[in-house]
Ligand binder design. Structure first.
Ligand SMILES: Nc1ncnc2c1ncn2[C@@H]1O[C@H](COP(=O)(O)OP(=O)(O)OP(=O)(O)O)[C@@H](O)[C@H]1O
Ligand SMILES: [Mg+2]
Length: 387
């Protein structure tokens, strides 16, 4: 195309480019008109309505503040008190609160007032005013550039909590005391069995041996030997009863040795293999807590023998700085723990739970049918009283 033809094409009114340009300009113009005369006024009106609602709310809030029976204080962005209600004046016995900095009244404030206004955040502080205990909620309100302080009287609740804590403490002490009484009684019975029946049995055995020649003639050698061995059996049984009542090794050598011996005894009488892992416990811990842990492990092993059909069990005891962790696991049948019904059939697990809770510890059972059982016990170490 030469220049002549090109210019003709360009300035020809039938050229489609002109139509496209005119169409685009028209659309932009129409959009401009829509934006200016329809959309913008609507947005403006909406914003004005929003501001009006917010203002109304603020006014309502202000009115509410005056009437509220709970103390209310309003501060500005610099933390200066600008409004208080009657209830606030009553609890903060300062003649004129308006104009004072809130930090003079509540020095515990450890956050930026500007930030909680900017982010409309809420912060809570607890403190006592005029012998009453309050929670103070700081609520930042950005569009008014203020913080509103709401006071809630928690005195009654606090007293109730203190009472609850003290009765929980008493309950724990009672549980520990009960355990102690039971252990004391076991100790007494063990001593009596040892010094009374035990000594008598030994005396009778010695007499049997002294008169063995005559008795063998009278009874026959075989009957005499049977009599003697059943005597030995009875003495061994009695010793084991006495040991269970009063594990002397615990007193003499401490928890580590006692638990190792206990596990070995269970293996000997059940043929279930035992693994013992004791970390720490080189020094003695509180004697009452030693007995508690011993009884817990003894009861757990009783359950393994009675219920688990396990081939192996493991006892792990870990002594930490302030805590004691005990894990007792077996590879036996396990049992259903999804509901707490397992606490119903007997006394064993319940007594473990009570013993652990009397030391403010936690007791967990993880068990499933055919996948063994794991008991997890965590308890704070008691301050040693017996060293
Ligand atoms: N290691 C375990 N393996 C399988 N089942 C167990 C195990 N330990 C506990 N159980 C189940 O939990 C139940 C509750 O145990 P718990 O020790 O409280 O009572 P118990 O052993 O039946 O009776 P008690 O301890 O009073 O002689 C048991 O009856 C048993 O079904
Ligand atoms: Mg049991």
């Amino acid at each position: 195309m030469n220049l002549d033809n090109y210019l003709k094409f360009l300035f020809n009114l039938n050229n489609p480019i002109y139509y496209a340009i005119i169409f685009t300009v028209l659309i932009i113009f129409a959009f401009y008109i829509f934006q200016k005369y329809i959309l913008s006024p609507k947005v403006k009106k909406h914003n004005i309505q929003l501001k009006e609602i917010e203002l109304k709310n603020a006014k309502l809030m202000a009115l509410f503040s005056e009437l509220d029976p709970e103390p209310l204080i309003r501060i500005d962005i610099k933390g200066i008190i600008i409004l208080t209600n009657e209830a606030a004046k009553e609890i903060i016995k300062t003649p004129s609160l308006i104009g004072l900095s809130i930090k003079n009244i509540i020095p515990e404030i450890n956050f930026s007032i500007e930030n909680i206004i900017r982010d409309n955040k809420t912060k809570v502080i607890f403190r006592t005013f005029n012998k009453k205990y309050f929670s103070i909620t700081f609520k930042g309100i950005s569009f008014l550039n203020i913080v509103q302080l709401y006071f809630t009287d928690l005195t009654k609740r606090r007293l109730f909590e203190e009472k609850l804590n003290s009765s929980q403490k008493q309950l724990k002490e009672l549980m520990q005391h009960e355990q102690l009484m039971v252990e004391g009684e076991k100790n007494r019975i063990a001593n009596e069995l040892h010094d009374g029946i035990g000594q008598n049995l030994l005396f009778i055995k010695a007499s049997l041996q002294r008169y063995s020649n005559k008795l063998k003639l009278d009874l026959g050698e075989e009957t005499f030997e049977q009599l003697l061995s059943s005597f030995d059996g009875t003495i061994t049984d009695l010793k084991s009863i006495i040991y269970n009542l009063k594990p002397s090794i615990l007193e003499e050598l401490g928890l580590g040795a006692a638990i190792t011996t206990l596990c070995q005894t269970f293996t000997d009488k059940s043929d279930i293999k035992s693994n013992v892992d004791i970390i720490g416990f080189e020094a003695r811990i509180d004697s009452k807590q030693e007995i508690t842990i011993y009884r817990i492990i003894q009861e757990s092993l009783n359950n393994i023998i009675k219920h688990s059909k396990a081939k192996e069990f493991t006892v792990t005891m870990i002594e930490e700085n302030r805590n004691i962790k005990i894990l007792i696991s077996d590879d036996g049948t396990g049992f259903e723990t999804s509901n707490k019904n397992y606490l119903l059939p007997g006394m064993g697990l319940r007594s473990i739970k009570e013993r652990v809770e009397s030391y403010s510890g936690t007791f967990k059972i993880e068990s499933q049918l055919n996948s063994g059982t794991l008991l997890i016990i965590d308890m704070p170490k008691k301050v040693v009283e017996n060293v």
